[in-house]
Design a binder for this molecule. Structure first.
Ligand SMILES: [Zn+2]
Length: 188
């Protein structure tokens, strides 16, 4: 992953993520980069679900979307805009206000504020916060989310954030541990 991802300028970011589909596709890549395992039964085989990036367990038929169990789950606005929030929050050296995000993205200020909190929690739990100015949009951040907002009965949520600090630790989307560390381990 470290090799695949280069530091991205805003222009490169825009080219790489032109629409929601490209974001979901990328999220799916990250989410299952360590292999697919059914959340319900642990089966390692899947077929395509209803949407392009959904995966359906071949044993119990459970369908999981790319967004499920990530910080993008339950997002009521386009994932592309959520990606932009992640980008702006993680690349702004002195932070970016939710009012500014609202202006840039055409979302309500409160919506931006709420999502920004998710991003910052994920960044914080990844141990790479605060950011400095050099950001690589393609690293992955994963953190536990202890709030009540999404899903049911899943306990501690995994959060996948896309974007991060160039010199930061690359974090496995599944286990929250740095890929650059030799002893990266799974937490579930
Ligand atoms: Zn299953």
């Amino acid at each position: 992953m470290e090799q695949r991802f280069k530091s991205l300028s805003l222009f490169e970011f825009q080219s790489r993520y032109p629409n929601d589909e490209s974001c979901v596709k990328y999220l799916a890549q990250l989410k299952w980069s360590g292999g697919y395992h059914c959340k319900k039964c642990g089966n390692g085989h899947y077929c395509k679900g209803n949407s392009a990036e959904d995966r359906q367990c071949t044993r119990c038929r459970y369908i999981e979307s790319a967004k499920s169990r990530t910080m993008f789950q339950g997002c009521k606005f386009p994932i592309l805009k959520a990606f932009y929030i992640v980008y702006y929050v993680s690349t702004s050296k002195n932070g970016i206000s939710s009012t500014e995000l609202s202006r840039k993205l055409g979302l309500r200020q409160k919506t931006c504020w709420l999502f920004k909190q998710k991003v910052m929690r994920a960044m914080k739990s990844s141990g790479n916060f605060p950011m400095d100015g050099k950001v690589d949009v393609d690293e992955t951040y994963v953190g536990g989310q202890d709030d009540q907002s999404i899903g049911r009965n899943e306990g501690r949520k995994k959060i996948v954030v896309v974007s991060i600090e160039k010199q930061g630790v690359k974090v496995c989307p599944e286990c929250m541990h740095g890929l650059s560390k030799p002893q990266a381990r799974r937490t579930y």
